[in-house]
Design a protein around this ligand. Structure first.
Ligand code: ATP
Ligand code: MG
Length: 343
């Protein structure tokens, strides 16, 4: 199947800042490409180039087969964009925002209203339709943003950090809506700092850091590159954490890590055949377990292996940050939330 999005060797500098240092991306029609990277990695710059809002310094990109520079007007007819920051007018109602966009896209008054009503219903905003957007919650705003980008029935949709700052429920609502679009044949390029989000939605992931693609693959392939699995142990009696740590250390070559909330100990395992021995020794020591689980390395662990720093850090990581890393998802969520409101 053909590629709905293709980029080769895109570069972009802003003065002395190199935002893109030559990136290649490809998304097959009807799939989700996740572009994963920390703050300042170049995600928004890539999206702006692919949606014709910005010209690259060099390199080439096509969307739906059309060149984003020389055929920009064709590309604009194919794409929808939900930007990182809200694009709807705060003072207008939900309905009026969507109607206005429909009119700008050339729909007649009646068609524009019908399309607005349909999208508002689909995004569960019918009840709030006649309220100004400034009265909407964060989750409702992201939904109206998404709805706004769909008025023109785009075949290729660009979502720049669609769930940053949302609570878990609102986030999974947005995920559900994205999945539904994909079943309708829409191609999606999604940027995210949430490794879990890329894992949930993307068929392929491109990890970018400092304007370069540093890894590509399916979520499973990326996890496999780190190799191995992670064993997570929570004793029923938290005062016995140190003993758990010692047992894990004696059975594995990795260094067991205690999470910051001091509830669990995790360790990277290269082989699962040590598990029975660990269980037996914990049992012999009379250590009762609240949790004993094995999971594939998370994408955060992949990121750490690929870049030497966590996704939420900007390269200046500390040893404490490295060690405090169990439940990276929560740390990142918090980082995302602050970031959203900081601008
Ligand atoms: N208009 C601009 N003028 C100057 N520098 C810019 C401009 N846009 C982006 N940059 C710089 O280019 C680099 C990449 O920025 P970009 O916005 O693409 O990153 P990002 O991956 O989207 O980050 P975030 O996750 O914070 O949104 C950063 O160093 C940023 O400061
Ligand atoms: Mg950005």
């Amino acid at each position: 199947m053909s590629d709905a999005i293709r980029a080769e060797g895109l570069t972009k500098n802003f003065g002395k800042t190199c935002a893109l240092a030559g990136i290649d991306l490809a998304a097959r029609t009807g799939t989700v490409l996740g572009v994963l990277g920390p703050n300042g990695a170049g995600k928004t710059t890539a999206v702006r180039i692919l949606t014709t809002l910005l010209q690259p310094d060099s390199g080439k990109a096509t969307v739906g087969g059309y060149d984003v520079v020389t055929d920009a007007h064709r590309v604009r007819q194919l794409v929808g964009l939900t930007g990182q920051y809200a694009s709807v007018d705060d003072g207008l109602t939900g309905t009026n925002n969507l109607v206005m966009i429909g009119r700008l896209l050339g729909l007649g008054r009646r068609d524009a209203r019908a399309r607005a009503g349909e999208l508002l219903a689909r995004f569960d905003l019918s009840e709030a339709a006649s309220r100004p957007v400034k009265t909407y919650s964060g989750g409702m705003r992201r939904r109206i943003d998404l709805a706004a980008s769909l008025v023109g029935r785009p075949r290729v949709l660009f979502l720049d950090e669609p769930t940053t700052g949302l609570d878990p429920q609102a986030r999974s609502d947005v995920w559900e809506m994205i999945r539904r679009l994909v079943t309708e044949g829409v191609t999606v390029l999604l940027t995210t700092q949430y490794l879990e989000e890329a894992d949930q939605l993307a068929d392929e992931i491109a990890v970018i850091d400092h304007g370069k693609v540093i890894a590509t693959g399916t979520p499973d392939e990326l996890k496999a590159r780190v190799g191995g699995q992670v064993l997570e142990v929570v004793p029923a009696d938290l005062s016995r954490l140190a003993e758990v740590r010692a047992v894990l250390a004696s059975w594995t070559s990795g260094t067991p890590v205690q999470d910051p909330s001091a509830r669990r100990v995790t360790v990277q395992l290269s082989k699962a055949n040590v598990l029975p021995g660990i269980v037996r020794q914990l049992d012999d020591g009379g250590i009762e377990l609240a949790e004993f689980s094995l999971h594939k390395s998370s994408l955060d662990e992949v990121f750490l292996t690929l870049t030497g720093h966590h996704a939420e850090e900007d390269g200046s990581e500390s040893e404490a940050g490295k060690d405090g890393a169990r439940n990276p998802g929560m740390a990142r969520q918090a980082a995302g939330a602050t970031k959203g409101s900081a601008r």
